[in-house]
Design a protein. Structure first.
Length: 255
């Protein structure tokens, strides 16, 4: 993703905060707080809240967390002050925005408001529209020719085949764990059709309109979507700051 201007020159880390790595994965100390890092079109989210287990496992544990540097913040300790101001970490990302979601404190920003292609982090918004619109995630969906006809072989996909029958929930897993563009196409068609109701129109376009309405409702002034998968388009863009807001919104969703 390509993002816009701005930033803080310091990395604010509360006393005792650590970034831990274990083997090939990341682990957090007990009692950690919630942190979000948006890095050049990708978003990392770390949280210890068990209440959000379902959507976290689905959205955060897969697509959002598959990135560069997760952030772990201790739940206890003295308040962050200028005394803990350190030099910013070295990152290769061209745009970064890190916040302590629990405290609502901005920790680090680099070109955080620069518009850039969000790529598959778009699917955070796609998933949010789905879970906010569909009452029954067990609703069965049959895969149609049009759902997979335009998916290029080199695109990320969950491997849907015409005639397959899956639930909305299963498609969400394919969307966020496999980053499936085919899953995004199906969800946009089905949910967009539901949004149209008895009105005529393109269900996929209707779904994308709802994604942009979500962005507007969240105050994301530097975000605009043209598709549900994150395929490149000059008019399809977001920022590191806006992506952090999307990630925080996903964390707060109790679906």
């Amino acid at each position: 993703m390509h993002d816009s201007a701005s930033a803080s020159s310091g990395w604010l880390r509360p006393a005792g905060a650590r970034i831990l790595r274990s083997g090939n994965g990341w682990s957090a100390p007990a009692g950690c707080r919630t942190g979000v890092v948006a890095l050049c079109g990708r978003v990392n989210v770390a949280t210890s809240c068990p209440k959000h287990a379902h959507f976290q496992r689905l959205a955060i544990g897969a697509l959002i967390c598959a990135t560069l540097v997760p952030l772990w913040l201790p739940a206890h300790g003295t308040a962050a002050t200028a005394a803990f101001l350190q030099s910013p970490p070295k990152v290769s990302a061209q745009a970064v925005f890190a916040i302590d979601v629990t405290a609502g404190v901005e920790l680090y920003a680099l070109n955080a408001d620069e518009r850039r292609p969000p790529a598959s982090t778009t699917k955070i918004a796609t998933a949010l529209v789905v879970v906010r619109t569909v009452a029954n995630l067990d609703e069965p969906v049959t895969i149609e020719d049009a759902d997979v006809a335009e998916i290029a072989p080199d695109e990320s996909q969950m491997g849907l085949v015409v005639g397959d029958i899956l639930t909305i929930e299963q498609l969400l897993y394919g969307l966020l764990i496999q980053s499936g563009n085919d899953a995004a196409a199906v969800l946009a068609r089905v949910v967009g059709g539901n949004l149209l109701g008895n009105q005529s129109g393109d269900p996929t376009k209707r779904f994308v309109d709802e994604m942009n309405r979500l962005a507007a409702d969240l105050g994301l002034k530097d975000t605009h979507f043209t598709n549900a998968a994150g395929l490149y388009d000059p008019d399809h863009y977001s920022t590191a700051r806006d992506l952090a807001v999307l990630a925080e919104t996903a964390l707060q969703d109790k679906t």
